[in-house]
Design a protein around this ligand. Structure first.
Ligand SMILES: Nc1ccccc1C(=O)C[C@H](N)C(=O)O
Ligand SMILES: [Zn+2]
Ligand SMILES: [Zn+2]
Length: 213
């Protein structure tokens, strides 16, 4: 099994302006309490997370309306390179015309962010449309976003909205060679939100029942 989630440690870098990731101490056995507890404070977009369409469209589905099936099943990991800051549709040129429903793009982000990676590879909307044409329903990236940090038009998110492709961002693909796997990605069970941190792992292809689904 390959864990493709980013480890969340206090102070984990966040999207500029977002709530800092914090774990505050709660009860402490050492102080006479029966248990140790903690209080978690996080942005919905911290580390490895999924976007629900409501994040980028005010009429989009909230996370509770997105079926879990899109996050579970056959996927393909592909190492890609940006051109002028965007991964182009030509990144799929060497791949079959029919792709698994989940495509995870490895752009070369490190396994741990000591600071927020302001220069990251975003996705050309044409890549998203080409991936959708080839059967992709979920696009993942090790970048913190499918759009550039300064984007105001969110062209890649819009292309995902138009094609119905869902989004998984902030992956840690440093330990995942190119190839086909079965993805298990489980967002936190928050219903009325725009996204949520998720734990994602890769299993050998064929591990999960349901074959290529
Ligand atoms: N927190 C934000 C605040 C404003 C704009 C973007 C973000 C993001 O976190 C980017 C997000 N991961 C995205 O879906 O692209
Ligand atoms: Zn996001
Ligand atoms: Zn996003």
């Amino acid at each position: 099994m390959i864990d493709i989630s980013r480890q969340l440690t206090p102070g984990h870098p966040n999207w500029p302006g977002d709530a800092p990731f914090r774990v505050e101490p709660g009860l402490r056995i050492a102080q006479g309490d029966s248990v140790n507890t903690g209080e978690l404070c996080t942005s919905t977009h911290t580390g490895t997370h999924v976007d629900a369409p409501w994040h980028y469209s005010d009429t989009g589905a909230r996370l509770g309306e997105v079926g879990l099936d899109v996050y579970l099943g056959r996927c393909r990991v592909v190492m890609v390179r940006a051109e002028g800051g965007l991964v182009p549709a030509s990144a799929l040129a060497g791949l079959p015309d029919s792709l698994p429903p989940r495509l995870l793009l490895h752009t070369g982000q490190p396994s741990h962010w000591t600071e927020f990676p302001e220069e990251f590879a975003a996705l050309d909307p044409a890549l998203i449309r080409e991936a959708a044409r080839r059967g992709v329903r979920l696009i993942g990236t090790d970048s913190p976003s499918v759009d550039p940090l300064t984007s105001k038009t969110l062209d890649a998110h819009r292309a995902c909205l138009e094609t119905g492709v869902l989004i998984l961002e902030g992956l840690n693909l440093s330990g995942a060679p190119d190839g086909e796997y079965d993805l298990i990605c489980l967002p936190l069970p928050l219903a009325e939100v725009d996204g949520a941190p998720a734990r994602a792992v890769l299993l050998p292809a064929g591990t999960l029942p349901g074959g290529e689904a």
